[in-house]
Design a protein around this ligand. Structure first.
Ligand code: HEC
Length: 137
C-alpha cells in the first residue's frame, strides 16, 4: 500500500469512527441526567413504587409512591408519599433548576422531608431536567 492510499484509508476509518460515536449535544445531556438520576442520586429510592419483594416496579418508575420507610424520630412535616416526576409536571425548566440547585420550590419553600434539599451544579440540574422530560410518555 502506498502512502496516499494509507492516508485515505486512515481518513475514512476516522470518519466512520466519528460518525459511529457522534451524539447530538442533547443526547449527551440526557445521558448525563440519566446517570445522575439512576446511578448517583437514586431518585427512584423514593419516587418509584415497589412490589412485595421490595423491587421497583418498572412500569411505575419515577411515577411517585408511598415511601417504603418512616422517620425514627417524630417529623411533623414528613411527606409519606412522593410525587410523580416523570416529565416533571407543573414545573418550568427554570423552576426545576432552582429546585435542584437551591432546594427551593416555585413558592420559595423547601419540599417536605425526606425530599433532600439538593445543591446540584446548574449543569447537572439541567441534565436531570432534560432526562426527566425525556421520559414523558
Ligand atoms: C429520600 C427520598 C427522596 C429522594 C432520594 C428524592 N426525592 Fe423528590 N421528593 C420526595 C418526597 C417525599 C417528595 C414530596 C415532598 C412534599 O410533598 O412536599 C418529593 C418531591 C419532589 C418533587 C416535587 C416538589 C414539589 O412539591 O413541588 C420533585 C420535582 C422531586 N421530588 C424530584 C426529585 C428528583 C429529581 C430526585 C433525584 C435527583 C429526587 N426527587 C429524590 C422524596 C425524595
Amino acid at each position: 500500500m502506498n502512502k496516499t492510499k494509507q492516508l485515505l484509508l486512515t481518513a475514512s476509518l476516522l470518519a466512520a469512527a466519528t460518525a459511529a460515536f457522534a451524539q447530538s449535544p442533547d443526547d449527551a445531556v440526557v445521558a448525563r441526567g440519566r446517570y445522575l438520576v439512576e446511578n448517583v442520586v437514586g431518585c427512584a429510592d423514593c419516587h418509584s413504587a415497589r412490589n412485595q419483594r421490595g423491587e421497583i416496579i418498572p412500569a411505575q418508575h419515577l411515577m411517585g409512591a408511598p415511601l417504603p420507610f418512616a422517620p425514627t424520630v417524630p417529623m411533623p412535616a414528613w411527606a409519606a408519599v412522593s410525587t410523580p416526576i416523570v416529565g416533571l409536571p407543573g414545573y418550568t425548566d427554570e423552576q426545576a433548576v432552582t429546585l435542584f440547585t437551591k432546594g427551593l420550590k416555585p413558592d420559595g419553600n423547601m419540599p417536605r422531608p425526606p425530599m433532600p434539599q439538593f445543591r446540584l451544579t446548574e449543569e447537572d440540574a439541567r441534565a436531570v431536567v432534560a432526562y426527566l422530560r425525556s421520559l414523558k410518555k
